[in-house]
Design a binder for this molecule. Structure first.
Ligand code: SF4
Ligand code: SF4
Ligand code: SF4
Length: 429
């Protein structure tokens, strides 16, 4: 078999330890400096395969290449996943809100929501697929009656057509009472709750509109879900304020919510985070990595799972980072714009259609859909020689569009996972 040397990497790890990594060929091994030197020469075409060491090494290479995951469609745009951003309302006033939620009060008209459910359900019937229905915001529970109506309508019609319905929601967890919590428990499979640490940081990051902190109510509601066995994860937005406390946060969460999944994501400075940039800003790459890796290492022997959006699986290559862009998915904004990016639904780059109220139908820009579907790691020059390319897959397109890159962080985190897999980490790392 012909091996593509561009997709094989030698990564320096410690003085005399290097990592030879080629996820497309299922190769992961640690080698010493001398071996790394020979492999590097081979990869640079400066040494041929007759070298005795290389001969032996290559004879152990697998005979088949792994095909990277690539969810690109499309001849026909027929989404079976629908995201409804029901409103721009929110009862919180988070200092870093991407959407600047609460600044206006757009609520989706029922006709738009109903038409979208009908359209996507039609695709599910045609292709015999499940209907995947997601609610996002603002805070979806602030448009409570509309949320309940959408769920009820989708349930009734899925039942009628023998289609299985899966529902997901993104909630602040600060906007509801016990009755609403019960509804969420009964109708949604799982969700993330944002809890940015203990009250001093969480309350600063995520206050109510009146300035009061939301920690105690978010914590109480999380406890309600946890005690009722409702699956959820906790997401921590990492900023200059809480970056040095990640280990403490992991200890707190593992004590109060054992075995829960915890995600740390560095702040992206857009929306309100741009307005408030003098008091709140992203951690440096180094500071984030140092603290994240400490927290990760603590999690290994304790009752907690830590996740970051970079790593799916270190030996499961992919060429596309974001399934939202490449999957057949549509997200509807409260005013009827169609987008595929859930972080900033108002970002025009991701818009590819609109609900036409006069014609009572959706208009899609098929060229834009095709353009979005072509996004993959091979488009980016800076990814060509990067050992992360088939794991990070070029990273989030929205970050690129907003001028951010987190390559240093991504590389350090992947390197940690590779070293862990190879048993190279020393105790305490
Ligand atoms: S970040 Fe979420 S919870 Fe906070 S104001 Fe924005 S929409 Fe509301
Ligand atoms: S482009 Fe980025 S922010 Fe948008 S949905 Fe995909 S991963 Fe999320
Ligand atoms: S870490 Fe940066 S250079 Fe490497 S694949 Fe990801 S986006 Fe590309």
């Amino acid at each position: 078999m012909k091996y593509c040397k561009e997709d094989m990497f030698i990564i320096p790890y410690q003085d005399n330890i290097f990592i030879f990594y080629a996820p497309l060929y299922g190769i992961l091994m640690s080698v010493n400096r001398e071996a790394a030197y020979i492999i590097k020469k081979y990869l640079n075409n400066e040494l041929d395969e007759n070298n005795a060491f290389l001969k032996k090494l290559i004879s152990n290479f697998p005979s088949k290449q792994i095909t990277p995951e690539n969810n690109r469609i499309i001849d026909e745009f027929a989404p079976t996943t629908l995201g409804l951003a029901l409103s721009t309302l929110c009862n919180l006033n988070c200092v870093y809100c991407h959407e600047n939620a609460g600044a206006n009060s757009n609520v989706m008209h029922w006709d738009i929501a109903k038409s979208a459910i009908d359209f996507v359900l039609g695709n599910c019937i045609k292709f015999k697929k499940n209907l995947n229905l997601r609610f996002l915001g603002g805070e979806p529970t602030m448009a409570w009656d509309l949320l309940v109506k959408c769920i009820s309508y989708a349930k009734t019609n899925c039942y009628k057509h023998n289609i299985s319905l899966q529902t997901y929601i993104t909630i602040t967890n600060a906007a509801f009472n016990k009755k609403k919590a019960k509804f969420i428990k009964e109708n949604f499979k799982g969700f993330y709750i944002s809890l940015d640490g203990l009250s001093e940081d969480h309350d600063f990051h995520r206050p109510f509109k009146n300035g009061k902190g939301s920690f105690s109510i978010v914590y109480q509601n999380a406890k309600y879900f946890y005690n009722n066995n409702v699956p959820f994860g906790i997401r921590v937005t990492v900023t200059n304020r809480n970056v040095n406390k990640l280990l403490g946060i992991v200890k707190f969460i593992s004590k109060n919510f054992p075995n829960i999944e915890l995600a740390f994501e560095p702040l992206v400075q857009i929306g309100r985070a741009e307005i408030n940039q003098s008091s709140i800003y992203p951690p440096t790459h180094k500071n984030f990595c140092d603290n994240y890796l400490k927290a990760l290492s603590y999690s290994v022997n304790n009752q907690i799972k830590i996740k970051n959006s970079l790593i799916n699986h270190i030996m499961k290559p992919r060429t596309v980072y974001c399934n939202s862009i490449t999957h057949p998915l549509m997200i509807l904004t409260p005013t009827g714009e169609i987008t595929c990016c859930s972080r900033k639904t108002s970002d025009k780059f991701f818009h590819f259609g609109k609900f036409d109220i006069d014609k009572n139908k959706f208009e899609f820009n098929l060229n834009k859909i095709k353009q979005l579907n072509r996004i993959n790691v091979h488009l980016y020059d800076n990814c060509k020689e990067c050992f992360c390319k088939y794991i990070c897959a070029g990273d989030c397109e929205h970050l690129r569009q907003s001028g951010f890159n987190r390559c240093i962080t991504n590389k350090e985190i992947l390197k940690y996972h590779l070293a862990n897999e190879l048993g190279l980490l020393t105790k305490g790392e």
